[in-house]
Design a protein around this ligand. Structure first.
Ligand SMILES: O=c1[nH]c(=O)c2[nH]c(=O)[nH]c2[nH]1
Length: 297
């Protein structure tokens, strides 16, 4: 019987890093959560307990803080690429690397005197994400957003679906559409203007959600994917996952009161879960870009 070690990777998960740029009195804050992973010549660590090539996860954690100190932290994509290149180019037993970075947004507090230099308020629940994968000389960048909570109070219907023996849901021509978008998009290259691209894609997601008259969340999701690909040539493909956060109009007729779509019960569970990938025909192949990126079709 032959038993062998399969795919493996290791690193430090969720290194919390807050960086304050103090180049002027107007501080710039970046709040990150970094997960480093190394792939390479690590068989002996697993099979023999030989740690000669085992770059300690503690060292990887320190690397995150030292590269943050030595280099200006710009876009999370640049920081993830910096980390991947540091590990793969710096140690011959490291052949590949996966760097995942999440960014929590902070906005300057505005006082009566205007935007404050060094006081901030956390943005909404949404989190900006990136996963940089390096394999030998090849690199891929998959960025995204998660927990982007959206709601429209009209402009959404759901009707014409099969009415089976088990169907109770009625057709509706006017409902609340609410979701929490998680999107990941793969860039065609590794040198986009990351911050500008993120801002534009986020704005496109919001704009398309708002202006698409929705006949189903599936239709809205595809419209979001299509408009992002149409507007952003640097994006090769986008994958979307969106819970349908149901809002049910409360039946007030037992009280002799009507409810013209004003009073809703916001259900927690269960929720519909709608997922779709949207591709560009001429996109470069995905390679290992989506490896270890869970939760999508
Ligand atoms: O937008 C929707 N898509 C569905 O597939 C679905 N199914 C359901 O019960 N409600 C909805 N809404």
């Amino acid at each position: 019987m032959a038993i062998r070690l399969g795919e493996n990777q290791y690193g430090k998960a969720e290194v919390r890093l807050v960086h304050v740029s103090r180049d002027s009195a107007r501080h710039i804050l970046r709040d990150l959560n970094v997960t480093t992973q190394l792939r390479g010549d690590f068989d002996a660590v697993h099979t023999e307990g030989d740690n000669a090539n085992c770059l300690a996860t503690d060292t990887q954690k320190n690397t995150v803080y030292l590269l943050a100190r030595e280099h200006r932290i710009g876009a999370i994509e640049d920081f993830a690429l910096l980390l991947a290149r540091h590990f793969v180019d710096g140690f011959d037993y490291v052949r590949g690397s996966r760097q995942e970075v999440e960014e929590y947004g902070w906005s300057r507090i505005t006082t009566a005197d205007g935007p404050h230099d060094h006081a901030f308020v956390r943005d909404g629940a949404e989190v900006r994400t990136t996963v940089v994968t390096r394999d030998g000389d090849r690199e891929w960048v998959v960025s995204g957003v998660r927990d982007l909570v959206l709601l429209k109070s009209t402009g959404s219907e759901f009707r014409g679906f099969p009415k089976t023996a088990y169907t109770t849901l009625a057709d509706t021509a006017d409902r609340i559409l609410a979701t929490s978008v998680t999107a990941r998009w793969r860039y065609a290259g590794t040198d986009a203007d990351w911050d500008a691209s993120y801002a534009a894609i986020r704005a496109t997601i919001l704009g398309t959600f708002a202006t698409t008259h929705s006949r189903a969340l599936q239709q809205t999701l595809y419209a979001i994917g299509r408009t992002v690909l149409e507007a952003r040539p640097e994006v090769a493909e986008i994958r979307l996952s969106a819970p349908n956060k149901h809002h049910f109009a409360v039946d007030l007729t037992p009280f002799g009161v009507d409810n013209p779509n004003e009073v809703f019960y916001a259900a927690d569970r269960p929720y519909g879960l709608i997922e779709a990938a949207v591709y560009r025909d001429d996109a470069p192949e995905a390679g290992r870009a989506w490896e270890s990126v869970p939760g999508f079709v």
